[in-house]
Design a binder for this molecule. Structure first.
Ligand code: ADP
Length: 243
């Protein structure tokens, strides 16, 4: 359903991604693991063109973008099919939780205000924030802000949600509530690609685990294959360090 073919990315002379091929099936939860600096975030950002890949092709369903010759309209369409949940939440500070979720529905989906409001309330209830509709980000904990970020991503009804280390800015006691929400929506069959260092979460929730190092995919497989029977030395070393 989503395929990345030969995606590469350089920043100046520094090649950060080299010929990445990755296929994600509909409903799958893909977790990307790897040491810091291995290119995980850059890969995720390439999927929705927050970073422009230097080469390769991105396909979501029948929609394909050739990264060397992408037109503005195609990039816009690609972005409409994806939503990103950021490490630092990236909420509008001067808008309430409800307004943050409504924004995409009004601007991107062009829904009437009443409808946008109704849907946003339902989504905030889904992430456990029904009582915080009118709170501003500064009045919410990090975990609550991230749950608003997740509701905002869901509101766009994307084909895939991209999570960029969604819990790494949180105090440890707040990580669980955010992972619980991600788990819950994963069960609903929403396709996700998640960059995370949360190994327990990766084991439980992922259908497909990808290990990256040095800008390439070193190894990928089911959680059992990757965690219990890693084939590559680099994967073994990484798992030894973090567990
Ligand atoms: P990871 O998510 O695995 O920690 P990143 O994708 O953030 O890795 O970074 C991969 C490499 O790309 C790093 O060496 C980083 O310094 C470099 N990099 C990332 N973003 C930029 C940028 N905007 N400009 C220059 N170099 C960057």
């Amino acid at each position: 359903m989503i395929s990345l073919t030969q995606i590469s990315k350089s920043f100046g002379r520094h090649q950060v991604l080299s010929n990445i091929d990755l296929t994600v099936t509909k409903g799958e939860v893909v977790v990307i693991l790897g040491p810091s600096g291995s290119g995980k975030t850059t890969l995720l950002r390439c999927v929705n063109y927050l970073e422009k890949p230097s080469g390769g092709e991105i396909a979501i369903g029948d929609f394909k973008v050739n990264c060397k010759h992408a037109r503005k309209k195609e990039i816009h369409q690609l972005r409409q099919k994806t939503a990103m949940v950021f490490q630092q939440y990236n909420l509008f500070r001067h808008k309430t939780a409800l307004e943050n979720v409504m924004e995409g529905l009004l601007i991107v989906k062009k829904l009437p205000k009443d409808e946008a409001r109704k849907r946003s309330i339902a989504l905030l209830e889904k992430v456990g924030l029904g009582s915080k509709l009118d709170a501003y980000p500064s009045q919410l904990s990090g975990g609550q802000q991230q749950r608003v970020g997740i509701a905002r991503a869901l509101a766009l009804e994307p084909e895939v949600i991209l999570f960029d280390e969604p819990t790494s800015a949180l105090d440890p006691e707040l990580v669980g509530e955010v992972l619980a929400v991600i788990r819950k929506i994963a069960k609903e069959g929403i396709t996700m690609i998640v960059v995370t260092h949360e190994m327990g979460f990766a084991r439980d929730v992922a259908n497909h685990v990808v290990f990256m190092d040095g800008g390439v995919i070193v190894e990928e497989g089911t959680p059992t294959e990757l965690f219990n029977h890693p084939r590559e030395e680099r994967t073994k070393q990484f798992l030894k360090r973090i567990t």
